[in-house]
Ligand binder design. Sequence first.
Ligand code: ADP
Ligand code: MG
Length: 351
Amino acid sequence: MIEDKNINKTPISDIGEFSLINKLTKTFKINNNETIFGIGDDSAVLEFEKTQTLVSTDILIEGIHFDLGYVPLKHLGYKSVIVNLSDIYAMNGTPSQITVSIAVSNRFSVESIQELYQGIELACKKYKIDLIGGDTTSSISGLIISITAIGSVINDKITYRNGAKQNDLLVVSGDLGGAYIGLQVLEREKAVYKVNPQSQPDLSDYSYCIERQLKPEAREDISKLLKKLEILPTSMIDISDGLSSEIIHLSKSSNIGCQIYEDKIPIDPEVIRTCEEFKINSTTAALNGGEDYELLFTINQKDFGKIKKNTKLTVIGHMTEKKDDCYMITGLGQKIKLTAQGWNNLIQSSK
Ligand code: ADP
Ligand code: MG
Protein backbone atom coordinates (compact mmCIF):
# COMPACT_ATOMS: atom_id res chain seq x y z
CA MET A 1 0.00 0.00 0.00
CA ILE A 2 1.14 3.55 -0.70
CA GLU A 3 2.48 5.67 2.13
CA ASP A 4 4.05 8.93 1.02
CA LYS A 5 5.45 10.16 4.30
CA ASN A 6 7.56 12.79 2.50
CA ILE A 7 10.64 11.56 4.38
CA ASN A 8 13.74 12.76 2.49
CA LYS A 9 11.49 14.21 -0.17
CA THR A 10 11.64 17.68 -1.63
CA PRO A 11 8.75 20.03 -0.84
CA ILE A 12 7.44 21.63 -4.03
CA SER A 13 7.86 25.06 -2.42
CA ASP A 14 11.65 24.46 -2.31
CA ILE A 15 12.05 24.45 -6.08
CA GLY A 16 9.19 26.63 -7.37
CA GLU A 17 6.73 26.19 -10.20
CA PHE A 18 9.02 26.73 -13.20
CA SER A 19 11.67 24.36 -12.10
CA LEU A 20 8.98 21.81 -11.22
CA ILE A 21 7.48 22.04 -14.73
CA ASN A 22 10.97 21.68 -16.18
CA LYS A 23 11.76 18.65 -14.02
CA LEU A 24 8.46 17.02 -14.96
CA THR A 25 8.58 17.59 -18.68
CA LYS A 26 12.23 17.74 -19.79
CA THR A 27 12.49 14.08 -20.86
CA PHE A 28 9.33 14.02 -23.00
CA LYS A 29 9.98 13.65 -26.73
CA ILE A 30 7.90 15.01 -29.62
CA ASN A 31 6.57 12.21 -31.88
CA ASN A 32 4.25 13.97 -34.33
CA ASN A 33 4.93 16.30 -37.26
CA GLU A 34 1.75 18.24 -36.50
CA THR A 35 3.32 19.46 -33.26
CA ILE A 36 5.04 22.65 -34.41
CA PHE A 37 5.76 23.89 -30.89
CA GLY A 38 5.12 22.24 -27.51
CA ILE A 39 5.96 23.38 -24.00
CA GLY A 40 7.61 26.73 -23.34
CA ASP A 41 5.56 29.55 -24.82
CA ASP A 42 2.16 31.07 -24.06
CA SER A 43 0.50 28.49 -26.26
CA ALA A 44 1.40 25.31 -28.11
CA VAL A 45 1.24 25.38 -31.91
CA LEU A 46 -0.26 22.58 -34.02
CA GLU A 47 -0.84 22.18 -37.74
CA PHE A 48 -3.25 19.59 -39.12
CA GLU A 49 -3.88 19.00 -42.79
CA LYS A 50 -7.13 17.86 -44.40
CA THR A 51 -8.49 16.33 -41.23
CA GLN A 52 -11.00 17.15 -38.57
CA THR A 53 -9.48 17.86 -35.19
CA LEU A 54 -10.79 15.99 -32.15
CA VAL A 55 -10.53 17.43 -28.66
CA SER A 56 -11.54 15.63 -25.47
CA THR A 57 -11.02 16.53 -21.80
CA ASP A 58 -11.36 14.70 -18.50
CA ILE A 59 -10.85 15.81 -14.94
CA LEU A 60 -9.86 13.42 -12.14
CA ILE A 61 -10.17 14.38 -8.48
CA GLU A 62 -8.55 12.57 -5.56
CA GLY A 63 -11.16 10.96 -3.34
CA ILE A 64 -13.76 10.97 -6.13
CA HIS A 65 -12.08 9.36 -9.13
CA PHE A 66 -9.07 7.75 -7.50
CA ASP A 67 -7.80 6.68 -4.09
CA LEU A 68 -4.08 6.99 -3.49
CA GLY A 69 -4.49 4.39 -0.75
CA TYR A 70 -4.03 1.74 -3.43
CA VAL A 71 -3.37 3.50 -6.73
CA PRO A 72 0.37 4.07 -7.29
CA LEU A 73 1.00 7.57 -8.73
CA LYS A 74 2.75 6.15 -11.79
CA HIS A 75 -0.31 4.06 -12.62
CA LEU A 76 -2.54 7.05 -12.03
CA GLY A 77 -0.53 9.10 -14.52
CA TYR A 78 -0.72 6.32 -17.09
CA LYS A 79 -4.44 5.75 -16.65
CA SER A 80 -5.25 9.48 -16.76
CA VAL A 81 -3.77 9.61 -20.26
CA ILE A 82 -5.38 6.35 -21.39
CA VAL A 83 -8.94 7.43 -20.52
CA ASN A 84 -8.52 10.47 -22.76
CA LEU A 85 -6.94 8.59 -25.65
CA SER A 86 -9.82 6.13 -25.49
CA ASP A 87 -12.24 8.97 -26.26
CA ILE A 88 -10.29 9.87 -29.40
CA TYR A 89 -10.21 6.23 -30.60
CA ALA A 90 -13.97 6.09 -29.99
CA MET A 91 -14.37 8.75 -32.71
CA ASN A 92 -12.26 6.55 -35.02
CA GLY A 93 -9.48 9.11 -34.64
CA THR A 94 -5.78 9.04 -33.91
CA PRO A 95 -4.64 10.91 -30.80
CA SER A 96 -1.47 12.95 -31.18
CA GLN A 97 -1.14 15.48 -28.36
CA ILE A 98 -2.16 15.99 -24.74
CA THR A 99 -2.09 18.82 -22.26
CA VAL A 100 -1.86 17.99 -18.57
CA SER A 101 -3.01 20.34 -15.82
CA ILE A 102 -2.45 19.55 -12.18
CA ALA A 103 -3.44 21.09 -8.87
CA VAL A 104 -1.31 19.76 -6.01
CA SER A 105 -1.48 20.20 -2.24
CA ASN A 106 1.63 20.54 -0.09
CA ARG A 107 1.14 16.92 0.96
CA PHE A 108 2.88 15.98 -2.31
CA SER A 109 6.62 16.11 -2.84
CA VAL A 110 8.45 16.89 -6.08
CA GLU A 111 9.39 13.21 -6.28
CA SER A 112 5.79 12.04 -6.00
CA ILE A 113 4.65 14.33 -8.84
CA GLN A 114 7.61 13.08 -10.87
CA GLU A 115 6.25 9.56 -10.37
CA LEU A 116 2.91 10.72 -11.75
CA TYR A 117 4.70 12.13 -14.78
CA GLN A 118 6.66 8.89 -15.29
CA GLY A 119 3.31 7.21 -15.87
CA ILE A 120 2.19 10.00 -18.18
CA GLU A 121 5.45 9.68 -20.13
CA LEU A 122 5.10 5.91 -20.42
CA ALA A 123 1.64 6.33 -21.97
CA CYS A 124 2.95 9.07 -24.29
CA LYS A 125 5.76 6.81 -25.50
CA LYS A 126 3.55 3.77 -26.00
CA TYR A 127 0.86 5.67 -27.93
CA LYS A 128 3.26 8.15 -29.60
CA ILE A 129 1.63 11.19 -28.07
CA ASP A 130 3.23 14.60 -27.52
CA LEU A 131 2.84 16.41 -24.21
CA ILE A 132 2.43 19.98 -25.43
CA GLY A 133 1.54 21.93 -22.32
CA GLY A 134 -0.65 22.29 -19.30
CA ASP A 135 -0.95 24.26 -16.14
CA THR A 136 0.35 23.81 -12.62
CA THR A 137 -1.25 25.22 -9.53
CA SER A 138 -1.77 24.42 -5.86
CA SER A 139 -4.82 22.92 -4.21
CA ILE A 140 -5.95 23.12 -0.60
CA SER A 141 -6.27 19.39 -0.28
CA GLY A 142 -5.52 16.53 -2.59
CA LEU A 143 -4.56 16.11 -6.20
CA ILE A 144 -6.54 17.14 -9.27
CA ILE A 145 -5.51 16.13 -12.78
CA SER A 146 -7.13 17.37 -15.94
CA ILE A 147 -5.97 16.05 -19.29
CA THR A 148 -7.02 17.21 -22.74
CA ALA A 149 -6.31 14.92 -25.67
CA ILE A 150 -6.12 16.19 -29.23
CA GLY A 151 -6.35 13.98 -32.29
CA SER A 152 -7.42 13.91 -35.88
CA VAL A 153 -9.60 11.91 -38.23
CA ILE A 154 -10.18 12.02 -41.97
CA ASN A 155 -13.50 13.83 -42.44
CA ASP A 156 -15.67 10.99 -43.73
CA LYS A 157 -14.20 8.37 -41.37
CA ILE A 158 -15.43 9.93 -38.14
CA THR A 159 -17.73 7.72 -36.02
CA TYR A 160 -20.30 9.62 -34.01
CA ARG A 161 -22.62 8.04 -31.47
CA ASN A 162 -25.62 8.84 -33.60
CA GLY A 163 -25.02 6.80 -36.76
CA ALA A 164 -26.41 3.37 -35.76
CA LYS A 165 -29.19 2.00 -37.98
CA GLN A 166 -31.89 -0.58 -37.34
CA ASN A 167 -30.55 -4.15 -37.86
CA ASP A 168 -26.92 -3.08 -37.43
CA LEU A 169 -24.91 -5.50 -35.30
CA LEU A 170 -23.67 -4.33 -31.90
CA VAL A 171 -20.04 -5.29 -31.33
CA VAL A 172 -17.76 -4.99 -28.30
CA SER A 173 -13.97 -5.36 -28.12
CA GLY A 174 -12.15 -7.39 -25.44
CA ASP A 175 -14.04 -8.38 -22.31
CA LEU A 176 -15.99 -6.54 -19.65
CA GLY A 177 -16.39 -6.25 -15.88
CA GLY A 178 -12.69 -6.75 -15.04
CA ALA A 179 -11.90 -3.18 -13.99
CA TYR A 180 -14.87 -3.08 -11.63
CA ILE A 181 -14.10 -6.37 -9.95
CA GLY A 182 -10.40 -5.36 -9.75
CA LEU A 183 -11.54 -2.31 -7.79
CA GLN A 184 -13.48 -4.55 -5.38
CA VAL A 185 -10.33 -6.61 -4.76
CA LEU A 186 -8.26 -3.47 -4.12
CA GLU A 187 -10.91 -2.01 -1.79
CA ARG A 188 -10.95 -5.26 0.17
CA GLU A 189 -7.15 -5.29 0.50
CA LYS A 190 -7.18 -1.67 1.62
CA ALA A 191 -9.65 -2.55 4.38
CA VAL A 192 -7.46 -5.49 5.48
CA TYR A 193 -4.38 -3.26 5.45
CA LYS A 194 -6.11 -0.70 7.68
CA VAL A 195 -6.65 -3.38 10.32
CA ASN A 196 -3.26 -5.03 9.86
CA PRO A 197 -0.59 -2.87 8.17
CA GLN A 198 1.89 -5.79 8.28
CA SER A 199 -0.25 -7.90 5.98
CA GLN A 200 1.31 -8.73 2.64
CA PRO A 201 -1.56 -9.61 0.35
CA ASP A 202 -1.08 -12.26 -2.32
CA LEU A 203 -3.01 -10.82 -5.24
CA SER A 204 -1.69 -13.21 -7.89
CA ASP A 205 -5.11 -14.84 -8.28
CA TYR A 206 -6.53 -11.47 -9.30
CA SER A 207 -3.77 -10.16 -11.54
CA TYR A 208 -5.93 -9.68 -14.64
CA CYS A 209 -8.71 -7.82 -12.77
CA ILE A 210 -6.23 -5.60 -10.94
CA GLU A 211 -4.39 -4.78 -14.13
CA ARG A 212 -7.69 -3.87 -15.80
CA GLN A 213 -8.36 -1.43 -12.94
CA LEU A 214 -4.88 0.03 -12.44
CA LYS A 215 -3.35 -0.15 -15.90
CA PRO A 216 -6.02 -0.12 -18.58
CA GLU A 217 -5.09 0.29 -22.24
CA ALA A 218 -6.87 2.29 -24.93
CA ARG A 219 -7.92 0.12 -27.90
CA GLU A 220 -5.62 1.56 -30.53
CA ASP A 221 -5.30 -1.99 -31.87
CA ILE A 222 -9.04 -2.19 -32.56
CA SER A 223 -9.00 1.10 -34.39
CA LYS A 224 -6.19 -0.29 -36.61
CA LEU A 225 -7.93 -3.65 -37.00
CA LEU A 226 -11.13 -2.02 -38.22
CA LYS A 227 -9.19 -0.08 -40.84
CA LYS A 228 -7.42 -3.25 -41.94
CA LEU A 229 -10.72 -5.13 -42.21
CA GLU A 230 -12.15 -2.16 -44.13
CA ILE A 231 -14.95 -1.72 -41.66
CA LEU A 232 -16.27 1.74 -40.88
CA PRO A 233 -18.52 1.40 -37.83
CA THR A 234 -21.86 3.20 -38.19
CA SER A 235 -21.52 4.46 -34.61
CA MET A 236 -18.99 4.08 -31.81
CA ILE A 237 -18.44 4.90 -28.11
CA ASP A 238 -15.90 3.81 -25.52
CA ILE A 239 -17.03 1.96 -22.41
CA SER A 240 -16.17 4.16 -19.48
CA ASP A 241 -19.39 3.96 -17.47
CA GLY A 242 -20.50 0.35 -18.10
CA LEU A 243 -21.95 -1.46 -21.08
CA SER A 244 -25.57 -0.73 -20.21
CA SER A 245 -25.15 3.01 -19.99
CA GLU A 246 -23.09 3.15 -23.22
CA ILE A 247 -25.64 1.07 -25.14
CA ILE A 248 -28.32 3.50 -24.03
CA HIS A 249 -26.17 6.45 -25.19
CA LEU A 250 -25.67 4.88 -28.64
CA SER A 251 -29.35 3.96 -29.00
CA LYS A 252 -30.69 7.31 -27.79
CA SER A 253 -28.27 9.30 -29.96
CA SER A 254 -29.17 7.15 -32.98
CA ASN A 255 -32.88 7.24 -32.15
CA ILE A 256 -33.33 3.45 -32.27
CA GLY A 257 -33.67 0.47 -29.91
CA CYS A 258 -31.34 -2.41 -29.13
CA GLN A 259 -31.44 -6.04 -28.07
CA ILE A 260 -28.46 -7.80 -26.52
CA TYR A 261 -27.97 -11.35 -25.26
CA GLU A 262 -26.56 -12.06 -21.81
CA ASP A 263 -24.82 -15.20 -23.03
CA LYS A 264 -22.86 -13.22 -25.62
CA ILE A 265 -21.34 -10.66 -23.22
CA PRO A 266 -17.59 -11.44 -23.12
CA ILE A 267 -16.32 -11.92 -19.57
CA ASP A 268 -12.91 -13.30 -18.62
CA PRO A 269 -12.88 -16.53 -16.54
CA GLU A 270 -10.89 -14.79 -13.78
CA VAL A 271 -13.59 -12.11 -13.62
CA ILE A 272 -16.34 -14.74 -13.37
CA ARG A 273 -14.47 -16.60 -10.61
CA THR A 274 -13.78 -13.38 -8.64
CA CYS A 275 -17.41 -12.27 -9.04
CA GLU A 276 -18.49 -15.58 -7.50
CA GLU A 277 -16.13 -14.98 -4.58
CA PHE A 278 -17.57 -11.49 -4.03
CA LYS A 279 -21.14 -12.71 -4.62
CA ILE A 280 -21.50 -10.21 -7.43
CA ASN A 281 -23.38 -11.22 -10.56
CA SER A 282 -20.80 -11.12 -13.37
CA THR A 283 -23.37 -9.81 -15.87
CA THR A 284 -24.09 -6.93 -13.50
CA ALA A 285 -20.35 -6.22 -13.27
CA ALA A 286 -20.12 -6.10 -17.07
CA LEU A 287 -23.27 -4.02 -17.53
CA ASN A 288 -22.72 -1.48 -14.76
CA GLY A 289 -19.11 -1.78 -13.67
CA GLY A 290 -17.43 0.66 -16.00
CA GLU A 291 -13.80 1.69 -16.58
CA ASP A 292 -13.13 -1.14 -19.02
CA TYR A 293 -12.25 1.29 -21.86
CA GLU A 294 -13.30 -1.20 -24.50
CA LEU A 295 -14.92 0.03 -27.71
CA LEU A 296 -18.61 -0.51 -28.39
CA PHE A 297 -19.72 0.00 -31.96
CA THR A 298 -22.29 -0.88 -34.56
CA ILE A 299 -21.62 -2.31 -38.01
CA ASN A 300 -23.77 -3.01 -41.03
CA GLN A 301 -24.71 -6.71 -41.26
CA LYS A 302 -22.84 -7.00 -44.55
CA ASP A 303 -19.59 -6.63 -42.57
CA PHE A 304 -20.32 -9.59 -40.25
CA GLY A 305 -18.18 -11.98 -42.28
CA LYS A 306 -15.14 -9.77 -41.79
CA ILE A 307 -15.26 -9.96 -37.99
CA LYS A 308 -16.90 -13.28 -37.15
CA LYS A 309 -13.65 -15.21 -36.64
CA ASN A 310 -11.89 -12.43 -34.77
CA THR A 311 -11.36 -13.27 -31.09
CA LYS A 312 -10.93 -9.61 -30.13
CA LEU A 313 -14.47 -8.74 -31.22
CA THR A 314 -17.83 -10.10 -30.04
CA VAL A 315 -21.26 -9.45 -31.51
CA ILE A 316 -23.53 -9.05 -28.47
CA GLY A 317 -26.77 -8.03 -30.14
CA HIS A 318 -28.40 -5.86 -32.78
CA MET A 319 -30.18 -2.57 -33.17
CA THR A 320 -33.97 -2.56 -33.30
CA GLU A 321 -36.82 -0.12 -33.84
CA LYS A 322 -36.97 2.89 -31.55
CA LYS A 323 -40.22 1.74 -29.96
CA ASP A 324 -38.51 -1.49 -28.88
CA ASP A 325 -36.19 0.31 -26.43
CA CYS A 326 -33.00 -1.37 -25.09
CA TYR A 327 -33.34 -4.92 -23.77
CA MET A 328 -31.23 -7.87 -22.74
CA ILE A 329 -32.33 -11.48 -23.23
CA THR A 330 -30.98 -13.39 -20.24
CA GLY A 331 -29.49 -16.87 -20.32
CA LEU A 332 -32.90 -18.17 -19.24
CA GLY A 333 -34.74 -16.31 -21.98
CA GLN A 334 -36.16 -13.48 -19.86
CA LYS A 335 -36.36 -10.06 -21.46
CA ILE A 336 -34.99 -7.34 -19.17
CA LYS A 337 -34.93 -3.62 -19.88
CA LEU A 338 -31.48 -2.05 -19.70
CA THR A 339 -31.11 0.96 -17.44
CA ALA A 340 -28.23 3.40 -17.13
CA GLN A 341 -27.33 2.52 -13.55
CA GLY A 342 -28.44 0.54 -10.54
CA TRP A 343 -29.39 -2.38 -12.67
CA ASN A 344 -29.85 -4.99 -9.93
CA ASN A 345 -32.89 -6.92 -10.93
CA LEU A 346 -31.40 -9.89 -12.68
CA ILE A 347 -32.63 -12.41 -10.16
CA GLN A 348 -32.38 -15.65 -12.05
CA SER A 349 -29.10 -15.18 -13.85
CA SER A 350 -27.48 -18.09 -15.55
CA LYS A 351 -23.96 -16.71 -14.92
P1 ADP B 1 1.49 30.60 -18.42
O1 ADP B 1 1.89 31.52 -17.32
O2 ADP B 1 1.55 31.21 -19.79
O3 ADP B 1 0.22 29.87 -18.11
P2 ADP B 1 3.04 28.51 -17.35
O4 ADP B 1 4.16 29.08 -16.58
O5 ADP B 1 1.85 28.02 -16.61
O6 ADP B 1 2.63 29.53 -18.49
O7 ADP B 1 3.59 27.29 -18.22
C1 ADP B 1 4.81 27.38 -18.92
C2 ADP B 1 4.84 26.30 -19.95
O8 ADP B 1 4.80 25.02 -19.32
C3 ADP B 1 3.66 26.33 -20.90
O9 ADP B 1 4.10 25.88 -22.15
C4 ADP B 1 2.69 25.34 -20.29
O10 ADP B 1 1.83 24.81 -21.26
C5 ADP B 1 3.64 24.31 -19.70
N1 ADP B 1 3.09 23.65 -18.50
C6 ADP B 1 2.69 24.24 -17.35
N2 ADP B 1 2.30 23.33 -16.44
C7 ADP B 1 2.44 22.12 -17.02
C8 ADP B 1 2.19 20.78 -16.61
N3 ADP B 1 1.69 20.49 -15.41
N4 ADP B 1 2.46 19.79 -17.48
C9 ADP B 1 2.95 20.08 -18.70
N5 ADP B 1 3.21 21.29 -19.15
C10 ADP B 1 2.97 22.33 -18.33
MG1 MG C 1 -0.11 28.57 -16.58
